[in-house]
Write a protein that binds this ligand. Structure first.
Ligand SMILES: *Cc1c(COP(=O)(O)O)cnc(C)c1O
Length: 434
């Protein structure tokens, strides 16, 4: 494959956009080479500026659970655009999307919209601090909660693959109020609360971590976080920006039966448009201005186009009782198929899947936290990524990201992907002389 137009487009972009991209992970730093510039997408397929087609397992990093350009979503956005794109006054669409979210996510009684997941987590933490009148938060190494200062301590996703876990520009005082602990270690959380019993406002966690690759909680871990937060009167925040409407209608909290006090959402609830949301118990949410003292605002929060795309997406989900079962069957088929191919080629790996999410680490495993995730062979991942790209499969350009399937992906897409992996590993092994 020749990526001539992508190479030209990237050179042009770099003249005016730092690194040529508007979100760091897109730059392919973790896998090498030039980012592929996209032109259009439909269903499970994307087409780049050179005309190559790919089966897409990135899906805009999660939002597109119905695939690209789903007809109901396209119709909803164009109808909304024709009626006016923003008013800065309330619309009924906001209430409708809020009702859909409250109906489907078990712990959410009230919800506020933002324009990104980053804003959702920032506001959830401010609310937790205002509500508890405490300053510190606990987060877990390798979890990613967006690009706000408080979270750029041992952060996952692109902060991880770029090797800047503690970004310059994050002040000492911001860092001092964030306690970073290993994921899947309830004893470490208990110890932190014992040392700071009246200081920790919130524990924020990706209940299934999708931003260091896919890492699942061990049995009892989320329950333990719930018990510790209840005991110390701290706010438990599930960051379900990625997992919400991805692993089940009601997210991880529904699958695991553990209810947080606050939940952050984003990605799927915007149907591909910029959206975030934070919600939870009415008693806490009513602490927000104008009824309460904790400030929140946004010029484009609850934007009509974003609400329309979100409503079309969530209505489709709401009306499809077997959707997440079908998605998980597909994710399982892909994960097991890739597992067999890697075994055949003698590649050490550790895989998992949940709902429409999947992930493979190139190491023995088990991968339970950041330390074990970092044992993965990122050089092999880079080779695998490029070999699959050449064969028309678009995976995330970093080892430390989850993959996604959508309702538009077919068994045939998955079979083609497994065949491509077989050919890719044959090629990689032959080149490495193994
Ligand atoms: C993507 C993501 C965010 C940030 O959302 P943005 O819309 O990119 O700001 C926060 N938390 C998690 C778990 C995410 O996956």
């Amino acid at each position: 494959m020749k990526f001539e137009r992508s190479i030209t487009a990237f050179a042009r972009a770099r003249e005016v956009i730092p690194g040529g991209v508007n979100s760091s992970v897109r730059a392919f730093k973790a896998v090498g080479g030039t980012p592929v510039f996209m032109q259009r997408g439909s269903g499970a397929t994307i087409v780049d500026v050179d005309g190559h087609e790919f089966v897409d397992y990135v899906l805009s990093w999660g939002p597109l659970v119905l695939g690209h350009a789903h007809p109901a979503v396209v119709r909803a956005i164009s109808n909304a655009a024709a009626r006016g794109s923003s008013f800065g006054a309330p619309t009924e669409a906001e209430t409708e999307l809020a009702e859909l979210i409250c109906a489907m996510v078990p712990s959410i009684e009230r919800v506020r919209f933002t324009s990104s997941g980053t804003e959702a987590t920032m506001n959830a933490v401010r609310l937790a601090r205002g509500y508890t009148r405490r300053d510190k938060i606990v987060k877990f190494a390798g979890c990613y909660h967006g690009a706000a200062d408080a979270f750029l301590i041992a952060a996952g996703s692109s902060a991880l693959s770029l090797g800047v876990p503690n970004s310059p520009g994050v002040t000492q005082s911001a860092a001092r109020d964030t306690i970073a602990l290993p994921y899947n270690d309830a004893a470490a959380v208990r110890a932190a609360f014992e040392s700071h019993p009246d200081e920790i406002a919130a524990v924020i966690v990706e209940p299934y971590v999708g931003n260091m690759g896919l890492v699942m909680p061990q049995p009892g871990y989320l329950q333990a976080l719930r018990e510790i937060c209840t005991q110390y009167k701290a706010v438990l925040i599930f960051d379900e920006v990625m997992t919400g409407f991805r692993v089940a209608r009601g997210g991880v909290q529904e699958r695991e039966g553990v209810l947080p006090d606050l939940t952050t959402l984003g990605k799927v609830i915007g149907g591909g448009l910029p959206v975030g949301a934070f919600g939870g118990r009415a008693e806490i949410m009513d602490y927000l201005t104008p009824d309460g003292p904790v400030f929140h605002a946004g010029t484009l929060s609850g934007n009509p186009l974003a609400m329309a795309a979100g409503i079309a997406t969530l209505r489709t989900i709401h009306g499809d009782a077997t959707m997440y079962d079908r998605l998980e069957v597909l994710a399982k088929l892909l994960t097991n198929g890739l597992h067999e191919i890697m075994q055949k080629h003698g590649v050490s790996h550790y895989s998992s899947y949940a709902g429409s999410m999947f992930g493979t680490f190139f190491c023995e495993g088990p991968v339970v936290d950041l330390e074990s995730a970092m044992k993965s062979d990122t050089g092999l991942y880079a080779k695998y990524f490029h070999a699959m790209l050449e064969r028309g499969v678009y995976f995330a350009p970093s080892q430390f990201e989850a993959g996604f399937v959508s309702t538009a992906h077919s068994t045939r897409d998955v079979e083609r992907t497994i065949e491509a992996a077989d050919a890719s590993f044959s090629d990689i092994m032959a080149r490495s002389g193994a």
